[in-house]
Design a protein around this ligand. Structure first.
Ligand code: ADP
Ligand code: GLC
Length: 491
C-alpha cells in the first residue's frame, strides 16, 4: 500500500443519491452507488450511503434496518416542518442510512413525475445533511449524485454553512445530464426555502420563469465529476450539453471525467449462481454455448448453438439509440441471427419490439420487464450486445458484456468510446465493433462486420471473447482517482 493510501486511510465519505443496488435500482446510478463505496472501503475509507427509505424497497431489506432516531426539520418558504426518520443497515462494512418520511417516499417506483419529485428531492437533500449533523458523523467529503442530490452542495454552503457538516467539501457527479430538475422559480423557492439571491443566472435561474436544481448544484459543488472523460468534453458542447454547456464550460476548472467500473464480485461469470453454466476463461467458449441454449429454451427461441445471438439490455428511451435499431431491424434479420431484448420504458419502443417478436417467432424475444436474473443470463448466453446510444455518459452494459465474453457493438460516444476499443481487422486487436456518427446504416454495418467475423473467422472472434474477459473493468483504478480527488479537497 502506498503512503498516499495510508495517509487517506481515515477519509470519511458520505454518498448521497436517489437509488442504490440492492435496495432500489432503475439503472446504472444504482450500480455505482453500490460498487464505488465498496471500492473506497477497500481503499481504507469510511463510507456511508444516504438514500430515501422508499416504500418500494423490498421488505427483506426493511426488516433488517434499525431505527437511528428522528427529528423535525423546517423546509419550505413558509416554514412548514417535516419529520425526518433515520433507519440504518450495515452491509459488508458500508453503512446505509435511509431517510424516512411517508409523505414523500410512499409513492413512485421510486420516481413519480417531476411535479412530485422536485419537493421529494428538495426534502431529501436537506434531510440528508441534517441527518449527518443529527448522527454527529461529519464526513471529509460529501459525494452527491445527479440532480436529485444536486441541492446538497447549495444547502451545504448556505443554510448549513455554520453547522458542523458545513466543514465538509462536496463533489457532484453527473451520471446523466438529460435530467436536471427544472421547474418554476416559485416552486423551487417554496420547496427549498433558499434565499432569493440564489435565484440568479449564476445559480438556479434558467430564464424569467424557470429554475434548475442541477445548475445550482454544479455552481456550488467544490468539484464536479462525470462518468467518462469523453462525456466530460461532450457536455461542454451544444449537442450534448442539454442547455448547460456554457455553465459547465464556465466551471470546467473543477470538472473531471472518471470512468465507471463494475462490481466484479457481482458480475463474475465463475461464481454467478444465476447462470446455467458458470465459467472462466479456460472453459468460456464451451460454457457460453450451454448458456446460449439455456437462454433460447427459457425465451422460446429456436434452440441452435450456431445462431448469432444479439442482446439488448436497456432502459427503452431515446438516449439508447433505439430508433436506429428500429430503422434497421427488418434488414438486420437474416436467418442466422436471433435478437433478445430486455428492457422497459417508452411505450413506443416497447410496442415496436413486441411487434418484432410476433413477426419473427422463434427468432426474436422482447422481454418487456426489469429482470435481474434474465439480464445475467443474456450477458452470459448472447454472442454480442448492442449499445448504439445517442449519448452515453458511461454505460455499464458494455462493461458487463465484456466481462462475460460477449462482444459489444457500440456507438463511439461518451463512456462507450472510452471503454470499447474498435476491432482492427488488420491486427486483430480491439474489444468490440464500433461506429461513429449517429446513423442507422453505420449501425447495420457494425452488426454485419461482427456477424461476418463470427461466422467466417471464429478463431479471431474467440480471441476477442477471451481478451474482453481479461480486460480490467473493475473499480480499482477509478476508485483511486476519486480518492485522489477527495484528498485534494481535504487539503
Ligand atoms: P443507464 O444507467 O443509462 O440505464 P447503464 O448501462 O449505466 O445505463 O446501466 C444500466 C444497468 O441497468 C445495468 O446494470 C443493466 O444490466 C441494468 N438494466 C437495464 N435494464 C434492465 C432490465 N430491463 N432488467 C435488468 N437489468 C437492467
Ligand atoms: C447514467 C448514464 C449511464 C451511466 C450511469 C452510471 O444513468 O446514462 O451512461 O453508466 O448513469 O454512471
Amino acid at each position: 500500500m502506498s503512503n498516499g493510501k495510508l495517509a487517506d486511510r481515515a477519509m470519511k465519505v458520505a454518498f448521497i443519491g436517489s437509488e442504490c443496488y440492492p435496495f432500489i435500482k432503475t439503472g446504472g446510478l444504482g450500480d455505482v452507488m453500490y460498487a464505488l463505496p465498496r471500492a473506497l472501503l477497500r481503499e481504507g475509507c469510511e463510507v456511508r450511503v444516504i438514500m430515501p427509505c422508499y416504500r418500494c424497497i423490498p421488505d427483506r431489506f426493511k426488516e433488517r434496518m434499525v431505527w437511528r432516531g428522528s427529528f423535525m426539520m423546517d423546509l419550505t418558504q413558509d416554514g412548514r416542518t417535516y419529520h425526518v426518520g433515520v433507519m440504518e443497515s450495515v452491509l459488508d462494512g458500508v453503512t446505509y442510512d435511509f431517510i424516512d418520511n411517508r409523505e414523500f417516499f410512499d409513492w413512485g417506483n421510486p420516481y413519480t413525475g417531476l411535479w412530485e419529485d422536485i419537493p421529494k428531492y428538495c426534502y431529501f437533500s436537506k434531510a440528508a445533511l441534517a441527518a449527518l449533523n443529527f448522527m454527529d458523523w461529519i464526513p471529509d467529503v460529501i459525494h452527491c449524485h445527479d440532480w436529485q442530490a444536486a441541492l446538497v452542495p447549495v444547502y451545504l454552503r448556505t443554510l448549513f454553512s455554520v453547522t458542523p457538516v458545513g466543514a465538509a467539501r462536496s463533489v457532484l457527479t453527473i451520471h446523466n445530464l438529460r435530467f436536471q430538475g427544472i421547474c418554476s422559480i416559485e416552486h423551487l423557492k417554496y420547496w427549498t426555502g433558499l434565499p432569493d439571491y440564489l435565484f440568479d443566472y449564476a445559480v438556479f435561474k434558467v430564464n424569467d420563469r424557470e429554475a434548475n436544481m442541477f445548475k445550482g448544484g454544479l455552481a456550488y459543488a467544490d468539484r464536479i465529476t462525470t462518468v467518462s472523460d469523453t462525456y466530460a468534453g461532450e457536455i461542454q458542447t451544444d449537442f450534448y450539453g442539454e442547455g448547460l454547456n456554457s455553465h459547465l464550460s464556465y466551471h470546467r476548472e473543477k470538472l473531471k471525467g472518471i470512468v465507471n467500473g463494475i462490481d466484479i464480485d457481482i458480475w463474475n461469470s465463475r461464481t454467478d449462481k444465476l447462470l446455467h453454466a458458470a465459467y472462466g476463461e479456460e472453459n468460456a467458449l464451451q460454457a457460453k454455448k450451454l448458456n446460449k441454449k439455456a437462454l433460447q429454451e427459457r425465451l422460446g427461441l429456436a434452440v441452435d448453438e450456431d445462431k448469432f445471438v444479439v442482446g439488448l439490455i436497456s432502459r427503452l428511451t431515446d438516449q439508447k439509440g433505439l430508433d436506429l435499431i428500429n430503422t434497421i431491424f427488418t434488414e438486420m434479420m437474416d436467418e442466422r441471427i436471433q435478437v433478445v431484448i430486455l428492457g422497459t420504458g417508452d411505450p413506443r419502443y416497447e410496442d415496436a419490439f413486441r411487434y418484432y417478436e410476433s413477426a419473427y417467432k422463434g427468432q426474436v424475444c422482447a422481454y418487456i420487464k426489469y429482470d435481474e436474473s434474465l439480464a445475467h443470463q443474456i450477458y452470459a448466453g448472447a454472442d454480442a450486445l448492442l449499445v448504439p446510444s445517442l449519448f452515453e455518459p458511461c454505460g455499464l452494459t458494455q462493461l458487463i458484456a465484456m466481462r462475460y465474453g460477449t462482444i459489444p457493438i457500440v456507438r463511439e460516444t461518451g463512456g462507450l468510446k472510452d471503454t470499447v476499443e474498435p476491432y482492427n481487422e488488420y491486427t486483430g486487436e480491439g474489444n468490440g465493433f464500433t461506429f461513429d456518427r449517429y446513423r442507422a446504416d453505420l449501425l447495420l454495418d457494425a452488426v454485419r462486420r461482427a456477424e461476418w467475423l463470427y461466422f467466417e473467422d471464429r478463431g479471431r472472434w474467440d480471441a476477442i471473447v477471451l481478451r474482453d474477459m481479461e480486460k480490467d473493468v473493475s473499480w480499482e483504478h477509478s476508485a483511486d482517482l476519486y480518492l485522489k480527488l477527495y484528498g485534494e479537497l481535504k487539503g
